[in-house]
Design a protein around this ligand. Structure first.
Ligand SMILES: Nc1ncnc2c1ncn2[C@@H]1O[C@H](COP(=O)(O)OP(=O)(O)O)[C@@H](O)[C@H]1O
Ligand SMILES: [Mg+2]
Length: 314
């Protein structure tokens, strides 16, 4: 495997007394899609803000090309080739496509007092770069508001690639999109990887992560709960980790204990469903250390089989 382009070692970030990211270490490589999975509040955005220079970690080290660095801000991160596409701030809807594409980095013509924007060039580059991403722009003067959500994300990706990003960080680029639009964005993620970029893909959807990801990290309440290479896990394995089999079991038990009174039958029904989903014998996940997803997969796989055939398990 290649050397990591970007790495964090033992980083933590506090907001007052609340810990948003706790002692996380992970590595990001060129030509790979690194997926960071986790539910809302897991610390995903906080982690990528550390990686993109929005704020420094309260503890731990950030390394670029193997050397420890402290970034003064996102601008300095960009000079290292780290570009972040934020979910809502990626583009300005009322501005033209080419203005959005360049946003303050427009090509210029002439010198001194004759210096002016080279609008024709900007339009041409926008059209070409968007075409490379598979979007046919008829008129670069049309506003970004006329693009679909998926195309807007794609445009932000095309822009980052054009301006020389080596690391592309995408914070939940598919979470507000439908199935087809998500598919478009996932295709661009793969394209960026084929160009040799290191892509960091943040999502809470294992079905989006698994097909495109090479390396998976799962965050839960600020901690790194598991990591796996693609060959070590499956989409089911990722889903189960996300759902937290042990927690489902706990909830099911709690509901079963409540099965008296008028709502009893409904509660019992829900409890049964939860129990069927939760691996029956899965031990609680260790809090302190990272779990290897491959071992969890086989463990919970056995558990599920025994849950379905209790007589055989005994
Ligand atoms: N600027 C902030 N001030 C205070 N708490 C924050 C701030 N940003 C995030 N948090 C808290 O840190 C935790 C992790 O948040 P976040 O990184 O946004 O999670 P995710 O992106 O996985 O949903 C949450 O409990 C959140 O409320
Ligand atoms: Mg977030």
């Amino acid at each position: 495997m290649t050397e990591p382009l970007l790495e964090v070692r033992g980083v933590s970030k506090y907001f007052g007394s609340a810990i948003a990211v706790a002692d996380i270490s992970l590595q990001v490589r060129a030509g790979e899609v690194t997926c960071v999975l986790g539910d809302n509040g897991a610390g995903k955005s906080t982690l990528i803000k550390i990686l993109s220079g929005v704020f420094p970690p309260d503890a731990g080290t950030l390394l670029i090309d193997g050397s420890p660095v402290s970034l003064a801000g996102p601008r300095e991160a960009r000079t290292h080739g780290i570009a972040t596409v934020f979910q809502d701030l990626a583009t300005v809807p009322l501005m033209s496509l080419w203005r959005n594409f360049f946003l303050g980095q427009e090509p210029v013509r002439g010198r001194g007092p004759m210096r002016r924007l080279d609008i024709a060039k900007a339009r041409g580059i926008t059209r070409d770069e968007m075409r490379k991403m598979g979007i046919d722009v008829r008129d670069p003067d049309q506003t970004v508001g006329t693009l679909s959500g998926g195309e807007r994300q794609a445009m932000a990706i095309a822009r980052a690639v054009y301006f020389g990003a080596r690391v592309l960080i995408l914070d939940e680029p598919t979470s507000a999109l439908g199935v087809r639009q998500s598919g478009i964005v996932l295709r661009y993620i793969v394209q960026a990887r084929e160009l040799g970029k290191a892509v960091i893909f943040i999502t809470h959807n294992p079905h989006h992560a698994y097909p495109v990801g090479d390396q998976f990290y799962l965050l839960k309440r600020g901690r790194l709960m598991a990591s796996a290479r693609k060959a070590e896990t499956t989409v089911e394995g990722l889903t189960e980790m996300m759902a937290g089999g042990a927690e489902l079991k706990e909830l099911s038990d709690e509901l079963l204990a409540m099965t008296s009174g008028p709502a009893a039958s409904v509660t019992a029904e829900v409890a049964r469903e939860l129990a069927a989903e939760a691996p029956a014998t899965q031990a609680p996940l260790p809090q302190s250390e990272t779990t290897d997803m491959s071992s969890l997969r086989s463990r919970s796989g056995n558990a599920r089989r025994s849950a379905r055939c209790p007589h055989r398990a005994r």
